[in-house]
Ligand binder design. Structure first.
Ligand code: GDP
Ligand code: IMO
Ligand code: MG
Length: 456
């Protein structure tokens, strides 16, 4: 009887939600990286969170590093959604993999900065998976053993944790909060993990009692945050609240659609916003892709428009292209619209944000990759075969650059003509309109062309 009642309440809420969406009174927006990560998602989520009621991260873990700069102060978040600085309810989705130690450090850091990050602001899905010490140990040992063939992972245990989720040997928050299930499962899992660590990698085994002791402390602190976020989001949407879904990594690091195996271990495309947060696809109204004005990549894997010359170094230095998580130097290259068109199709992008446009100031000529050439043939679509991709050379179209410093500009019409031409050529090549132009790391260093949260 209780269940039937619950169902009818849910149907009622869904009805309201559909009505509101149809009438365009609310927007639920997904922010997606279109390239290989580090496009500036954190800045844009922080900016747009002002117009949302809640922000949800739906995949990945602390492999992500999202940077926000507010009033000159820099914040980097690895797990907590970037909406936290705007004092919005933030959700850690079931699709995420969470290192509880890192999460607690991040919560403490925010609290010391006077930012509200208690259980009223931050909600964690009971179904999100936990990164365990053996996941990190396996990630490191595997990369070391692979030598030259390594992926260049962030070493945070992301892949091994998602592996355990898929093979049904994972630990979720719901298990963490049940001490009996937790200790029983950990002992049986460690039988296998320790055999693997000791005999295959010649690495140190994990001690079950130590893990139980350490994780029970995390459980005590995190218990008040843990909830069924699907139910909470559904209620929020039912009452007309607007939700912002924060993607991590980028489309070309997606486990299915990226440069496999040089990818991360989750689906980074917009479709996973639903599965990773526990909402259905009709809830989404707009999908906004974040496009860095040039291309970067951390870690290994093919990158057709990569520059190995002074221009690449110049972009790297001017853009301060160092990873926000591992501090690694990011590889840099010209803008690649083959991958952007791929991102438009894979994510159903309704608009895009161009970031770091200020970094391109001072280059006499700017190149845009419009296609690839492979053994005399022109390819317009992104090949799945990495040997082919590695041999693709970019086909460039050249545009004149601009010499002005654009970081102080706040209106589209005040941008230099060549900057406007660069943006409109990208719009033409990818078939999607620009909605925001970012000209500096600060929240205010932004030109809003069309706010996706404001209709009309
Ligand atoms: P994310 O992972 O997509 O959130 O991006 P990261 O934070 O890893 O990397 C983006 C970097 O570029 C950060 O250091 C941001 O502060 C910075 N950034 C973002 N937008 C702009 C911009 O428009 N101009 C400049 N110069 N820096 C920006
Ligand atoms: P944000 O959200 C850039 C890359 C790693 C490596 C590959 C696999 O800040 O854009 P993993 O540790 O996930 O198994 O590593 O994915 N990678 C990222 N590159 N930005 C990220 O996140 C990344 N997260 C993972 O460098 O090549
Ligand atoms: Mg980043």
């Amino acid at each position: 009887m209780k269940e039937v009642l619950c169902d009818s309440v849910d149907f009622h809420l869904l009805g309201i939600q559909k009505f509101i969406l149809k009438e365009s009174l609310v927007s639920n927006i997904v922010i997606i990286g279109t390239q290989w990560g580090d496009e500036g998602k954190g800045k844009i989520v922080d900016l747009l969170a002002e117009f949302a009621d809640a922000v949800v991260r739906f995949q990945g873990g602390n492999n992500a590093g999202h940077t926000m700069v507010v009033d000159g102060e820099q914040f980097i978040s690895h797990l907590v959604p970037s909406g936290i600085l705007q004092n919005k309810t933030c959700y850690i989705g079931n699709g995420m993999v969470v290192d509880p130690e890192v999460l607690l450090e991040e919560i403490d850091y925010l609290l010391t900065k006077g930012i509200a990050a208690g259980p009223d602001q931050l909600r964690i899905s009971e179904r999100a998976h936990l990164i365990m010490p053996y996941h990190k140990a396996i990630d490191h040992a595997r990369e070391k053993m692979k030598g030259d063939k390594k992926i260049g992972t962030t070493g945070r245990g992301i892949g091994p944790c998602y592996e355990d989720k898929a093979n049904r040997r994972g630990m979720r928050f719901v298990e963490l909060l049940d001490p009996d299930i937790f200790s029983e499962s950990i002992k049986s899992i460690l039988d296998e993990k320790n055999f693997y660590l000791k005999n295959y990698f010649s690495s140190e085994p994990s001690d079950p009692d130590q893990i139980i002791k350490q994780y029970s402390k995390y459980a005590e602190r995190l218990a008040p945050y843990v909830t069924n976020i699907s139910v909470e989001l559904h209620q929020a949407m039912g009452s007309g609240q607007q939700i912002l879904f924060e993607g991590a990594q980028g489309t070309h690091l997606d486990i299915d659609h990226g440069t496999y195996p040089y990818v991360t271990s989750s689906n980074t495309v917009s479709g996973n916003a639903c599965a990773g947060a526990g909402v259905g696809p009709v809830a989404l109204t707009d999908i906004i892709g974040i496009v860095k004005a040039y291309t970067t990549r951390v870690g290994r894997g093919p990158f057709p428009s990569e520059l190995f010359d002074d221009t690449g170094d110049r972009i790297q230095k001017k853009g301060a292209e160092f990873g926000a998580t591992t501090g690694r130097r990011r590889r840099c290259g010209w803008l690649d619209t083959v991958i952007l068109r791929n991102a438009v199709r894979l994510n159903s992008l309704t608009g895009f944000v161009i970031t770091k446009l200020d970094v391109l100031g001072g280059f006499e000529t700017l190149n845009i990759c419009t296609a690839y050439e492979y053994e005399g043939n022109i390819l317009h679509d992104f090949p799945a075969n990495l040997n082919i991709l590695a041999k693709c050379s970019p086909v460039y179209e050249s545009l004149p650059g601009w010499s002005e410093d654009i970081s102080g500009i706040r209106k589209m019409e005040h941008l230099p003509e060549n900057t406007k031409k660069y943006i409109s050529r990208i719009e033409e090549l990818i078939g999607v309109p620009v909605c925001i132009v970012s000209v500096g790391p600060g929240r205010d260093e932004t030109i809003i062309v069309k706010n996706p949260f404001v209709s009309g």
